[in-house]
Design a protein around this ligand. Structure first.
Ligand code: PLP
Length: 399
């Protein structure tokens, strides 16, 4: 009998006891709204922002309702509006072009390399088309950030980083989200911290952060923040910046604060799991692992590999065979978007030209999540199953 994996690829760890206790405190006093404080009480949300700013080494931090909201806010703060073009990755998830669409702007898609990072040559060729790059560190793969920032600076293109998959990661020791002018993070259940929904926006730029705070729905209560610029920074923007409510609340913040304290330990646990699966898939004909740069300190909360130049039929056989053995693989090459996988051509509200070099790679990307509820033995078993099924299909129909 072939072994079958019985774990769930979508089951995260429960909220820890200190998170539950902190959440109960908020529920008991009832002041869930971030500006609803008594006397000299400091709201959980304000404390969370202060702690995340310190963790990531940013001057300012704003906690918001979602990662997608953080990205749309970043675009608005930078003055991106209807019909403006925004450079972004062809390989990313739907909330990224969605954030661009939210402000009425139009994405200009940039290709993907076999390292699953943004194609910097394609970016260089397109830099004259926009003033802003929404850079998605999709699935935690970080490109050569030094080269990217040099290219963008030379062209006067400002960079927003989508760090939904890189909270806790860094490039050459600089935390992901600290290379561009604004970094955006998600605290949604499937990311690196879990409050159901939620997000952060970080920046060192006082003007951009003052705009973001007002945009998020601070009314004129911005002085209650602890990781926001001083009141002077708000003078120039407070009458001209609309309130587009998307605040975080104290309940979510209470759940998140203990998780931030635990982030480094979680990153280490993700990377142990990643290393086990990666080792189990080494040197397998037909399967290409994704090379990681020594400059990249990544978070292995998911793993990708390429079945490059395989026929769609052969890829489907691998997915089917793995699924029958409990291993839930996602494929970015399908013609129809399924669950969270989609590709630039799926976003029909955003015009795109065909990108054959990127299509070849997208057609081969296989994705699996590695939740921390998996043991190292689970990870070894998952790799054995994938290895066996890829080998069977590859041998029967060499591609
Ligand atoms: C999840 C995700 C987001 C947005 O996060 P939400 O909090 O769900 O809005 C942005 N970019 C990528 C790549 C994501 O996976």
């Amino acid at each position: 009998m072939d072994e079958i994996f019985t774990g769930s690829f979508t089951q995260q760890e429960p909220i820890s006891d200190d998170g539950i206790a902190a959440a109960l405190d908020v529920l008991r006093h009832g002041r869930l709204h971030r500006y609803n404080t008594q006397g000299d009480e400091i709201a959980e949300t304000a404390l969370l922002e202060e702690e995340f700013a310190a963790l990531i080494g940013a001057r300012y931090c704003l906690a918001v309702a979602s990662g997608g909201y953080a990205m749309a806010t970043a675009l608005r703060a930078l003055g991106v509006g209807p019909c403006d073009k925004v450079l972004t990755n062809a390989f990313t998830l739907a909330p990224v072009p969605g954030a661009i669409a939210a402000v009425g702007a139009v994405p200009v898609f940039v290709g993907v390399t076999e390292a699953l990072t943004i194609d910097l040559d394609d970016l260089a060729a397109k830099l004259d088309q926009a003033n802003v790059l929404m850079l998605s560190h999709m699935r935690g793969h970080i490109c050569d950030m030094d080269r990217l920032i040099a290219l963008c600076n030379a062209a006067g293109v400002r960079v927003i980083e989508d760090c939904a998959h890189t909270m806790g990661a860094s490039w050459n020791g600089v935390p992901s989200g600290r290379h561009g002018v604004i970094g955006c993070y998600s605290c949604q259940t499937y990311k690196h911290v879990n409050s159901g929904e939620g997000g952060f926006l970080v920046s060192d730029d006082a003007d951009l952060m003052a705009r973001s705070v007002i945009l998020s729905g601070s009314y004129m209560l911005y002085s209650r923040h602890r990781a926001a610029p001083p009141p002077e920074a708000f003078e120039a923007v407070k009458y001209i910046t609309p309130n587009i409510s998307g605040r975080m609340d104290n309940l979510r913040a209470a759940i998140l604060r203990p998780q931030l304290r635990d982030l480094d330990a979680r990153v280490a646990r993700w990377n142990e799991r990643y290393a086990v699966v990666e080792a189990g898939l080494h040197d397998l004909p037909g399967l290409q692992l994704i090379p990681r740069s020594a400059a990249e300190q990544f978070v292995g909360s998911s793993l990708q590999f390429l079945l490059l130049d395989w026929s769609a039929d052969a890829v489907r056989q691998v997915l089917r065979r793995c699924s029958a053995r409990g291993v839930d693989l996602k494929w970015f090459g399908g013609t129809e978007p399924v669950a969270f996988t989609s590709r630039y051509s799926s976003w029909r509200y955003a015009p795109s030209e065909a990108m054959p070099t990127s299509d070849r790679i997208l057609d081969g990307i296989i994705d699996l999540r590695l939740p921390l509820t998996f043991s190292l033995e689970d990870c070894a078993q998952i790799a054995r199953i994938i290895r066996a099924e890829v080998a069977v299909v590859f041998q029967s129909a060499p591609v």
